[in-house]
Design a protein around this ligand. Structure first.
Ligand code: SIN
Length: 529
């Protein structure tokens, strides 16, 4: 089965949806998404979106905070582009109906998070991502030129090797898409393909991310020949609720922005011992400090103390967190709650330029799947929704300014099922999923060593081989495709970490405890050279 579109966007978070909306006046757009369109990493963003909104804050301060949090490995041009584009794009969100919290005198109620020198985080209490996603989706659904393919998962990008008459143009022609309900595979041809697939938190056993975050875009881009950069910089959010029933539920950093204190199990506040910004230090410092204390003491968690705030404030400012904690038996108005770090955000990804273009023609990447250079060695809190918005805008402008010539008449091969049969051993998938995620947590976590990384590399090589065999022998299912992507992202993360022989930002390796005098800004891996 085959169909075509002007634009194919894979992913329906903030970047995918805002791009679709911007292009749909001029182009037909298909948005492919693995579950219902609302399900995305964006939906779960609690803290908010950082943007300079009011005096005394200013662009320079936001730029400096971003550079500082990123250990000065950020690309300064990118940082400037993102920070300075913020206010205008926030206006567009407001026009789309997004409601950010306001104070009694009708000013934005700006929050603060780790690494920020000012209050500059716009929020909708602790449901910021949900509010943005809901309003963008409402707008996108009203546009008849945006077609949603929900419950569909991309298998691979269509590149030159999938043409009937093979070529060496480094062009992308769309993607092969599996309909999760029927099992049918669609050849979706597009003049432009955009990866907006989000992150890969599910590579780790403990993550704040939803189940969809399996690194599909990174893995597909790698297989097609894109540059993948800086995957070693995996950000661990310092505070997820420690409770086996809570699936690493995120406890927003905005709570520390309201004066929350991290304490050891004996009640001692410890962050001042690690960083001058104390509890509001950038995330890499906080997560590492917690990891160090837990390992030293053999404790299972530290605590976050919010008891200085009254119940009414906590309930109103953090309704979801408050309710969720109560559900698991924790009353944050009365007692400090147990927290631990969990994998949260991939600062690396598919390498793109200032316009969001990848190294392959007609292929863009936006949002968490991409590596723009904004985050450097560690992302500043709440900069990611902003980055998603800004790069959607850049890509839209690039496409509208120079629309690609149609490739719809190029003859592409339909999906060839070969001799694949239905699997009779789905247990292999469950086993391998579990193995990848546990191995990444144990060997490629907050603090690394070369020995552990090499051990992880040997394991992932075996897993990749096994998954490859399975992939060719059996008809693809969503679980198998996700596992294949997850294992590839694990492999690339390990290789990036092995390649970066220094400790900087989120990459801490005890065998190379110091940063280099001149660190590589982009630590690149690609399949074909
Ligand atoms: C949080 O609310 O702590 C998450 C915000 C972010 O990751 O930027």
């Amino acid at each position: 089965m085959s169909t075509s579109s002007d634009i194919l966007i894979i992913g329906s978070g903030i970047s995918g949806l805002s791009l679709a909306i911007k292009l749909a006046n001029e182009h037909n757009v298909f948005v492919v998404t693995k579950r219902e369109a609302m399900e995305s990493n964006t939906r779960y963003a609690q803290g908010g979106i950082a943007s300079v909104m009011t005096h005394p804050d200013n662009f320079d301060a936001h730029i400096q905070d971003t550079l500082e949090a990123g250990s000065h490995l950020c690309d300064p041009k990118v940082v400037e582009q993102v920070v300075c584009s913020g206010p205008a794009l926030i206006q567009e969100l407001l026009q789309a109906g997004v409601k950010f919290a306001k104070t009694d005198d009708d000013h934005f109620d700006l929050g603060r998070e780790g690494g920020h020198s000012e209050r500059r985080v716009l929020h909708a209490m602790d449901l910021t991502g949900f509010e943005i996603e809901k309003k963008l989706l409402r707008k996108a659904r009203k546009n008849p030129r945006i077609h949603f393919l929900e419950h569909h998962i991309a298998i691979d990008l269509i590149s030159d090797r999938h043409l009937k008459k093979s070529a060496k143009n480094k062009l992308i022609y769309g993607a092969y898409i599996l309909d999760k309900n029927t099992g049918k595979i669609l050849t979706l041809r597009a003049d432009v393909t955009v990866l907006a697939t989000g992150g890969a938190g599910k590579t780790y056993l403990y993550t704040s991310n939803p189940d969809i975050a399996t690194g599909d875009g990174i893995a597909m881009a790698y297989r097609a020949g894109c540059e993948i950069a800086n995957l070693e910089f995996v950000q661990f959010h310092p505070t997820c609720l420690h409770d086996p029933r809570a699936k690493s539920f995120l406890i927003s950093e905005a709570m520390r922005g309201e004066g929350g204190t991290l304490r050891l199990m004996n009640g001692k506040a410890f962050m001042k011992d690690y960083h001058k910004m104390g509890d509001l230090a950038p995330r890499d410092h906080v997560a590492r400090a917690i990891d160090f204390e837990l390992k030293k003491r053999g404790d299972r968690f530290v605590t976050l103390d919010m008891t200085h705030l009254d119940r009414t404030f906590l309930k109103e400012r953090f309704p979801t967190i408050y309710k969720t904690c109560r559900r698991y038996g924790f009353d944050m108005a009365k007692e400090a709650i147990p927290v631990v770090p969990a994998a949260h955000y991939f600062c690396g990804g598919v390498r793109v330029n200032l316009k969001g273009q990848t190294a392959l023609e007609n292929l863009y990447a936006i949002g968490e799947v991409s590596c723009t250079g904004l985050h450097g060695a560690n992302r500043l809190a709440s900069n990611s929704l902003l980055e998603g918005l800004v790069y959607a805008d850049k890509v839209a402008k690039d496409i509208l300014k120079s629309p690609p010539t149609s490739k719809k008449d190029v003859k592409v091969r339909d999906w060839d099922p070969g001799k694949a049969i239905d699997s009779d051993e789905a247990v292999v998938i469950i086993q391998n999923w579990d193995e990848v995620r546990r191995m990444m947590w144990n060997y490629v976590g907050i603090v690394r060593s070369t020995k552990r990384l090499l051990r992880a590399k040997r394991r992932v090589d075996v897993l990749l081989e096994e998954i490859k065999e399975y992939y060719w022998d059996f008809t693809p299912t969503a679980d198998l495709l996700e596992l294949r992507n997850l294992a590839r992202v694990a492999d690339l993360t390990i290789r990036c970490a092995l390649q970066r022989k220094e400790s900087i930002g989120l990459n801490h390796n005890i065998d190379y405890p110091e940063p280099k005098a001149k660190s590589k800004r982009f630590n690149v891996i690609r399949k074909f050279s």
